[in-house]
Write a protein that binds this ligand. Structure first.
Ligand code: ATP
Ligand code: MG
Length: 430
């Protein structure tokens, strides 16, 4: 016997059953995917699917060389011909924009798009933080806002409501202004941080000149007092940026969507400007951010497209579903309607035929295979969670009938002509 080979650390299998350290099941996940498909349709967004691998330069240019994601977390490798340096995608926006620019989708046409799929970051695996994780993301390209900014947030709130977790999520909001405002603030911030240089930890010292805004995002509690007193970006916003921010807040107020302004919210990727937001929860321990997004007006141009305003957000599916599983209301419907069993000569063909007829009538049928006693099959039928058992044994084969048993309701058991079983089932299902 060969040695067992295990999955890569931090990369999960999604199984029909819950695992000890990863409780999500494939049926639950699939129910979520159905919800997402309907939700995006409700808002008029169209799906985009891009490759999982891209040229490394795409992420360096869009996410930023000095970010944690690009600096330390990417899975990067040389392609075999050594000419291309490739990376597994760590997020979805860069790929989406690459595709949109490459295929010229924005020519006279704003786009409302969504994507979903695995992302890869080499981080320390723990609950809610994996090396392969999944995101559902939404991008609106070619819109100035703030109406679309409000729609984005409404869209999130709509999904949280449907998933029954709205009360467990807090919306945090900030504005990062434009480039000029950010650089004026950056100067003041660097000067301030230099005054407090003795306090800074290693990470913050590194970021002081490369990405000082991120110092404010520190998770180090001893730095927070200093960070709280640092010059705030909101105080550097000009009239236009302030008006954008204010009108978004007015719309959220009007919609009854509560938010907490967090002047230190900067987000981990470099490309944001104006509106940024995160949805956080106190129910998932340290991995508190379920969804994050914001405006990135310069990014499309940076990637070789015409200057185009844009905004988007992405949610971490594992984190979200861990929350939904414990506190929300998404029903994973794993059980078939009918568990079909058979015994004796001629019964296989008969049950295969009737099962296929049922499926054509929209009834889900699991067929027992492998020929055990009817009693053993009935046990399996019970355990399957199916509401009905369909039995084809010797008598049924001889008479062209089937027996239907209602295992959960009040109808008991009845033998009918095989041609009548659909009608009977539909009656019993009511
Ligand atoms: P965090 O601060 O938790 O590291 P982030 O700012 O790096 O998050 P984003 O790049 O904004 O995350 O990605 C959007 C969402 O994707 C996050 O809010 C989170 O829910 C999820 N996410 C990010 N990294 C991981 C990961 N390694 N494992 C699971 N989910 C993740
Ligand atoms: Mg991160």
């Amino acid at each position: 016997m060969g040695q067992k080979i295990q999955a890569v650390k931090g990369m999960n299998d999604l199984l029909p059953v819950a695992q000890k350290d990863f409780k999500l099941t494939s049926a639950f996940w699939q129910a979520f995917e159905n919800t997402i498909a309907a939700w995006t349709r409700r808002f008029g967004y169209q799906q985009i699917r891009t490759p999982i691998v891209e040229q490394t330069g795409l992420f360096v240019r869009s996410i930023g060389e000095e970010t944690d994601v690009v600096g330390k977390e990417m899975y990067t490798f040389a392609d075999s011909n050594d000419k291309l340096n490739l990376s597994l995608r760590p997020e979805g926006t860069a790929s989406c924009l690459r595709a949109v620019v490459e295929h010229n989708l924005l020519y006279n046409n704003p786009q409302k798009l969504w994507y979903s799929g695995p992302m890869f970051r080499r981080e320390r695996p723990q609950k809610g933080r994996y090396r392969q994780f999944h995101q559902v993301g939404v991008e609106a390209l070619g819109f100035d806002g703030p109406d679309i900014d409000a729609e984005m947030i409404t869209m999130c709130a709509d999904l949280w409501n449907e998933l029954g977790i709205r009360q467990h999520l807090t919306l945090e909001l900030n504005s990062l202004g434009n480039m000029a405002e950010r650089s004026a603030h950056r100067e003041a911030l660097v000067a301030y941080l230099q005054q407090h240089e003795a306090l800074l930890d290693e990470d913050s010292l590194r970021r002081l000149h490369t990405n000082p805004l991120r110092v404010l995002d520190t998770k180090n509690p001893t730095l927070q007092v200093m960070a709280n007193a640092a010059p705030r970006l909101v105080d550097f916003l000009g009239a236009e940026s302030r008006a954008h921010y204010q009108s978004l807040k007015t719309m959220l107020d009007g919609l009854g969507i509560a938010y907490v302004e967090n002047p230190r919210l900067v987000r981990g990727l470099d490309y944001y400007n104006l509106t940024v937001f995160e949805w956080t929860t106190d129910k998932l321990g340290a991995q508190s951010t379920v969804c994050g997004g914001g405006r990135y007006n310069g990014l499309i141009e940076e990637l070789g497209g015409k200057p185009t305003p844009a905004i988007g957000f992405a949610m971490g599916v594992e984190r979200l579903l861990l929350l939904v599983q414990e506190y929300g209301c998404l029903k994973a419907d794993g059980a078939p309607d009918v568990y079909a069993m058979h015994q004796g000569e001629g019964s296989v063909l008969a049950v295969l035929t009737v099962a296929e007829q049922l499926r054509h009538a929209g009834i889900d049928v699991y067929m027992h295979c492998g020929g055990q006693s009817l009693k053993a099959q009935m046990k399996k039928a019970d355990a399957s969670g199916a509401r009905f058992a369909l039995i084809v044994a010797q008598d049924e084969v001889a008479n062209g009938t089937v027996t239907l048993k209602d295992m959960q309701g009040e109808h008991g058991q009845q033998t009918v002509a095989a041609t009548d079983v659909i009608t009977l089932l539909q009656e019993w299902k009511k």
